[in-house]
Design a binder for this molecule. Structure first.
Ligand SMILES: O=C(O)CCC(=O)C(=O)O
Length: 204
């Protein structure tokens, strides 16, 4: 997404194209849920999308790609950039920080079933959001917290947010977020996780 397109998304969602808010947002609700808004500038988003395109993961009708270990160099760089944003010291020092990558491609209106990430993965999950806005809904019983993700945002899940709340995306052409509808576009996300050591040892 070029800079003008990124500003269009911001204008559409916020009625303003100001993109200088790079604060880390902690949401009421699940502890351990954090969004680093505008983590990737439009230039870096563009480079990341170009690197993903080179992988040809989404050739044909594929809408998901999964890699274990042996990340391409761009994904190693991406992972290292995330490290300092985790709160726990253990995550800040984990080597490697991640060994599994999933890239998901959503067409406008496509959703993601609410789920808790599989227990075979350790704590500390990161999701990089690209190309279009989407609202990720976190639910626990009758509690619900909607998190708007814009292109370039980084979502971090630790502790309660990772283990006790489900997250998913409603399958709607536009989603309600606060007092407005946010149109869905073609979106790509990159999820990074690390297998538990005991699971890793069984599979290698
Ligand atoms: O696309 C997203 O933002 C969420 C991805 C996700 O939850 C997953 O890959 O398990």
């Amino acid at each position: 997404m070029d800079h003008a397109a990124a500003k269009d998304v911001l204008r559409q969602v916020f009625g303003s194209d100001s993109d200088d808010d790079d604060t880390k947002v902690a949401y009421p609700g699940p502890s351990g849920l954090k969004v680093v808004k505008g983590w990737l500038c439009p230039y870096r988003q563009e480079n990341l999308l170009a690197a993903i395109a080179v992988e040809e993961w989404f050739a044909g009708s594929a809408n998901q790609a999964m890699r274990f270990g042996g990340f391409p160099a761009w994904a190693e760089d991406l992972a290292e950039g995330i490290r300092s944003h985790f709160d726990s010291e253990q995550l800040a020092e984990r080597q490697p920080l991640f060994d599994q990558l999933i890239a998901n491609k959503y067409r406008p209106g496509e959703g993601l079933k609410p789920h808790v990430d599989l227990m075979r993965f350790q704590d500390g999950v990161a999701i990089v959001s690209l190309q279009a806005a989407a609202t990720l809904s976190f639910t626990k019983g009758d509690r619900r917290v909607n998190v708007l993700l814009l292109p370039g945002d980084l979502l971090l899940l630790e502790g309660e947010a990772r283990y006790e709340w489900m997250h998913g995306i409603t399958a709607e052409a536009s989603q309600q977020w606060q007092d407005r509808r946010v149109a869905r576009g073609h979106r790509i996300s990159v999820t990074l996780r690390k297998l538990r050591e005991d699971v890793f040892n069984q599979t290698t």
